[in-house]
Design a protein. Structure first.
Length: 346
């Protein structure tokens, strides 16, 4: 939930003879329940995205390529310094995005949302490109009418900027969170160029480093198998809670919670420091990567297998000598398929 929305505005991008055009809104939106619902739904969609990246604004020291140089950070700073209005800031932002569309030859009709809100004493700016979908509705007079609606579930270009952190912590590399693309030239790359950003800490790499550090910690403490499983589960629970809240994991806090739930002679934070781990003191996490803490899964050769790690040695037995898994009790839907295949109970 967004605590307090201050300003919101939406600009329209449309296609015309194969070209992308822009229609600027002259006024901000009235902050009513509809706008609140829109921002809440967008926030839910953003948080639910399994893969997010974290970034910072480029500086002169980065010597960025021309296509990465954007005036967006300067405009954001001028608005924060009250040199320009929120409307003027959003207009310039929309024009910068239009230039990016034209540069890359992208014709993607939709709406640019720029919103400013405060939550827990922090100032945030949301910048999101909202796709639309045409549909048929029934009007108030029961006539059939064609309309265009926002399709928030398909949002792929969105970023949340923690303006307070940007202004107060010049060394931070994670005050911008954004939706990461998946294949080819990531759509996120194009959006980062628009914002004038460079990716900071890599959530996937940091999450994998955490998994490796936890395993090394368990081995260094000579933890038995069950305690190691409890440790991995505790780490996952803490990280998953932080992920759901959109917050980074802090090693100090994680270490204290682990000492309370899975005590050891040496804290995880002390182990990290003594081992010289590449794990950052504070980092964003990637949920799909963190599942490796509590699940075994893999695929290949037409076979896909996944199961909770606490089943190993109980319902699932692995024999490393002959590389064989024995599964006691199959999932009901798989069992039904197999029985039908063999003509059992049919």
């Amino acid at each position: 939930m967004l605590a307090e929305i201050h300003d919101s505005i939406i600009h329209q991008f449309y296609s015309n003879d194969g070209q992308i055009g822009l229609r600027l809104a002259p006024h901000t939106l009235a902050i009513d329940s509809e706008v609140q619902d829109l921002l809440n739904e967008l926030t839910d969609v953003f948080q639910a995205k399994p893969s997010k990246g974290y970034a910072r604004f480029l500086t002169a020291a980065d010597e960025a390529a021309p296509e990465q140089q954007s005036d967006f950070p300067n405009q954001l700073a001028e608005w924060q310094q009250q040199q320009v209005s929120f409307i003027d800031f959003s207009h310039v932002a929309a024009k910068i995005l239009l230039q990016q569309f034209q540069h890359y030859g992208i014709v993607e009709p939709g709406f640019l949302l720029v919103s400013n809100y405060q939550q827990q004493g922090q100032t945030y700016v949301v910048v999101a490109y909202l796709p639309s979908i045409d549909g048929v509705t029934i009007a108030a007079d029961l006539s059939v009418d064609r309309s265009s609606q926002l399709d928030l579930s398909k949002v792929q270009l969105a970023a949340v900027i923690n303006v307070t952190e940007w202004q107060e912590d010049t060394d931070s590399t994670t005050y911008i969170s954004f939706i990461k693309g998946r294949v080819g030239r990531k759509v996120a790359d194009f959006f980062l160029d628009f914002l004038g950003c460079a990716e900071g800490l890599n959530a996937k790499k940091q999450s994998q480093q955490l998994i490796e550090s936890v395993q090394a910690f368990a081995q260094s403490e000579a933890m038995p198998a069950e305690q190691t499983r409890q440790l991995r589960q505790a780490v996952y629970d803490v990280c998953d809670e932080q992920w759901q809240q959109g917050e980074p994991v802090r090693v100090k806090d994680l270490s204290e919670q682990l000492q309370a739930s899975v005590p050891s002679s040496r804290s995880f934070a002390d182990f990290k420091q003594e081992a010289g781990s590449e794990l950052a003191d504070e980092f964003p996490t990637d949920r799909s990567t963190l599942r490796k803490l509590v699940k075994f899964q893999g695929q290949g050769g037409g076979l896909s297998i996944g199961f909770d790690q606490n089943l190993l040695g109980e319902r699932v037995v692995y024999d490393p000598a002959i590389d064989t898994l024995t599964i006691h009790g199959t999932p009901p839907n798989l069992r039904d398929q197999l029985r039908r295949y063999f003509g059992i109970d049919s």
